[in-house]
Unconditional design. Sequence first.
Length: 387
Amino acid sequence: MTAGLLRKHGGVVFVMAALLCGQAQAGRCAQRARQRLSLGFISSTRLRPQSRMTLASKALSNDVQNQMRDLQKRKKARDVPSDAPETEKEEDVVPPLVAVLGATGGVGGACVRELKSVPGAFRVRAVVRNKFGNNMNRVTDYLTPADSIVEADVTKPVTLKEALSGADYVICAAAAGVSELQPQANPVEVADSILFGGFEKVDNRGVANVAAVAAGLDIPPKRIILVSSLGVTRFPVVQLASLAGDVLAQKRKGEMALITSGLPYTIVRPGRLQGDGGPEQPESVKQEKLRLGQGDIMSPGRISRMDVAKACVEILKRPSAATDSTFEIVGDASDMTSDKWDEVFASLKTDSEYKSPIEEVLGFDPFEPSSVLKRIVEILPPPPSSP
């Protein structure tokens, strides 16, 4: 059949029509094309094959060209799924990576859960001292294939580079984690922290190690959120009343190491921690209204580990919220909406802007050694000039 059509319509024209229109309509299309050629001033039989091909292509009717367009449209329609959007999909945005130090602790584990509560919002790198240690379910129950677990120890700086590299944000919830505020703590760990400097190793030097390693990365984190404690500047009354030795003093030193690192930071100072970090709000917290303050002058109160984690994650949802700020937080955050979080974070001042009421009156903060030293230098008479 094809050979007959070739003899009837001419090889060049038929092949062109077959390629463009399909064999089923090639005969009719070729006949129209030959009629168009026959009306020309130059006979196609006198032309070279290449010229015939060129003229044949140019002489195809508008009907043939329209048929080609229709065929192409139908082919595209078959190739594109019916539910596909009309415009091209934008490239998937990679969620920010958050490294959570102390991920198996009460606050750290709650941070992992809160970060993963909104699917696809954050990737998590859970940083733990031992992948086979206790409470790993606080991590493994919530992580997805996009997340990871890394072993590191804040007391060993050489282990921290892998844990922090590539992280967009860092939540430092690691602590010597044992005090009278955690009655369920292991007695051996309590004794180690009190007698052998555990608070200094973790809450002071450990935080300083995190800040130093992060600051030395080629691409440092966009922010470090440090979970500290209310009362760290209330020396000596609060510290003498604490059964955990100098934990608050060591936490304050850790804070200062982060503040002076040059990295963007937020320091969260919770009150007396309640619960184990699980999703259930402890009864002891439900009666307390949520309060935020600055300057470490707020009256004591309770807060669940779950709500501390919520505050940390809500900060990460707002790139500019509470940057370079320190604040205290107590009470029940169960009824906090996104708008309410916006409001409380907007009320915070940066540490460089904030002045306590005592500082406003005296011109310096008598509870902050650096402020006292600065004031002493200011009031000392200048050294006598040399003759």
